[in-house]
Design a binder for this molecule. Structure first.
Ligand code: NCD
Length: 438
């Protein structure tokens, strides 16, 4: 199959850019302030919401957004009633549903599902949460909520707490925060940290650096007084030369997440991190806005709901407005345009690299091999283009010279992108008629 050159729709927060986000916030303000102006904007359009995983607020807020714009909604809301349970592939489902609607909102348990569906649907696909990979519209909700409070993000410190390994909301938000120049502090539960390669991509893409910061309160959450901090390289840290690691004296926001038990997460020794009324008395938390994508569990007790820093219900209330803006941009026929997203390349299926190593990848459940794309400054990090998992490519061949080199050698860097032929193993290169080095 020939992959589409650009994936239409909204699949990953990685595709945002500062101009897009800035314009998005402005449009969201317009929609919030003058809702009636938009009430007929998408009359005659049909939006399908297919949720193959449980959801309350995400589905309802997408549907509320559609109704507020005058669009009609068709919906599958009970995961057990989707034809996936009869063994239908996502590709077939997307083809059929795409022919019934003008836009498809998809929630799915597998990583990369929306990117795959977009190859078949023939209409824009919006990712309503796919596996543990991403939840870009939740990120827009999170960022818009903070934008309404702060106006700008530079110089702000936002802590991401809880299940960073299996939770898609914190991962997606990390892209958005780095794009807007915020400092990100990581407070994962024991054994629930994300992969180093994910963090590396963020550091490389935004010219961020990794350092450590400390505070006694961190130990109550993670067992250690020290925490990783991702921040713009240019940022001057006032105590940088005095002590190492420097004390973090203020958090501007904390993004709490629940443990994703349905994705195999388990509580490590020392318990799962969350906030208490006592934590909120600590000077570190004095002006810390509390966010949570909800639903919550014990990490965020109802006893803190009355606190003026509790922002999570206001955050949830922004869901429909934000999703209205997404629909307007995609279906509004240039009446409400936004700066283009930086589309993710659909990747190449040529030169099969075999199965994606990630068992939760949509390619595994669809029974296909992983299309690949290259990222990074040297463009020699190979990812599954559906689920962003690192592919173990150690050798890069040149299709014009038929020579193969170690993937990170200088010689490999000189291969032009259109001539790049990846190999997982050296003997595969030899078998394909490639000679070593030179
Ligand atoms: C989140 C999700 O589904 O990823 N919920 C949401 O969309 N508001 C978070 C979660 O389920 O923990």
């Amino acid at each position: 199959m020939q992959l589409l050159p650009v994936m239409e729709g909204l699949h990953s927060a990685e595709a945002f850019n500062p101009a897009f986000l800035e314009a998005f916030f402005q449009r969201a303000r317009e929609v919030e302030n003058r809702p009636l102006e938009f009430s007929e904007a998408l009359r005659g359009r049909i939006i399908a919401t297919v949720f193959a995983e449980p959801s309350t607020r995400t589905r309802l807020s997408f549907e509320s957004a559609a109704h507020r714009l005058g669009a009609s909604v068709i919906s599958v809301s009970d995961p057990s009633t989707t034809s996936g349970t009869k063994g239908e592939t996502l590709a077939d489902m997307a083809k059929v549903v795409g022919s019934y609607c003008d836009l498809l909102v998809l929630r799915h348990p597998n990583d990369g599902a929306s990117r795959l569906a977009s190859q078949y649907a023939g209409v824009p696909v919006v990712n309503g949460g796919d596996g543990r990979l991403g939840h870009p519209t939740q990120t827009l909700v999170d960022l818009y909520t903070l934008y309404r409070k702060w106006g700008e993000f530079e110089g702000r410190t936002v802590a991401l707490m809880g299940d960073l390994r299996h939770g898609r909301t914190a991962r997606s938000l990390a892209w958005g925060l780095a794009m807007l120049g915020a400092r990100i502090l990581l407070l994962p539960g024991k054994g629930l940290d994300w992969e180093a390669s994910f963090e590396r991509r963020i550091l490389d893409k935004f010219d961020y650096r990794l350092r450590w910061g400390k505070h006694p309160l961190f130990a109550e959450w993670t067992g250690s007084t020290e925490a990783r901090v991702l921040e713009p390289k240019g940022l001057v840290q006032k105590s940088l030369f005095r002590e190492d690691p420097p004390e973090i004296d203020r958090l501007d926001a904390m993004y709490l997440t629940r443990m994703q038990a349905e994705r195999g997460a388990e509580v490590g020794s020392g318990g799962y991190p969350g906030v208490t009324a006592d934590h909120l008395k600590n000077p570190l938390m004095e002006s810390c806005q509390l966010l949570h994508p909800l639903p919550r569990c014990e990490e965020l007790p109802a006893s803190v709901d009355h606190d003026p820093r509790a922002l999570y219900f206001e955050q949830a209330a922004m869901g429909p407005v934000v999703r209205q803006v997404v629909f307007l941009a995609m279906l509004g026929e240039d009446k409400w345009p936004l700066p283009a997203l930086a589309p993710l390349p659909a990747g190449s299926q040529e030169h099969d690299l075999g199965l994606c190593p990630n068992e939760g990848c949509i390619t595994r459940s669809e029974g296909i091999t992983a299309p690949w794309r290259v990222v990074g400054l040297a463009r020699r990090t190979f990812l599954c283009s559906y689920c962003d998992s690192l592919l173990p490519v150690d050798y890069a061949g040149c299709r014009s010279t038929h020579r193969v080199h170690p993937a990170h050698s200088q010689a490999a860097l000189r291969i032009s992108p259109e001539n790049l032929r990846p190999f997982l193993r050296r003997d595969e290169a030899t078998a394909a008629g490639y000679t070593w080095g030179g």
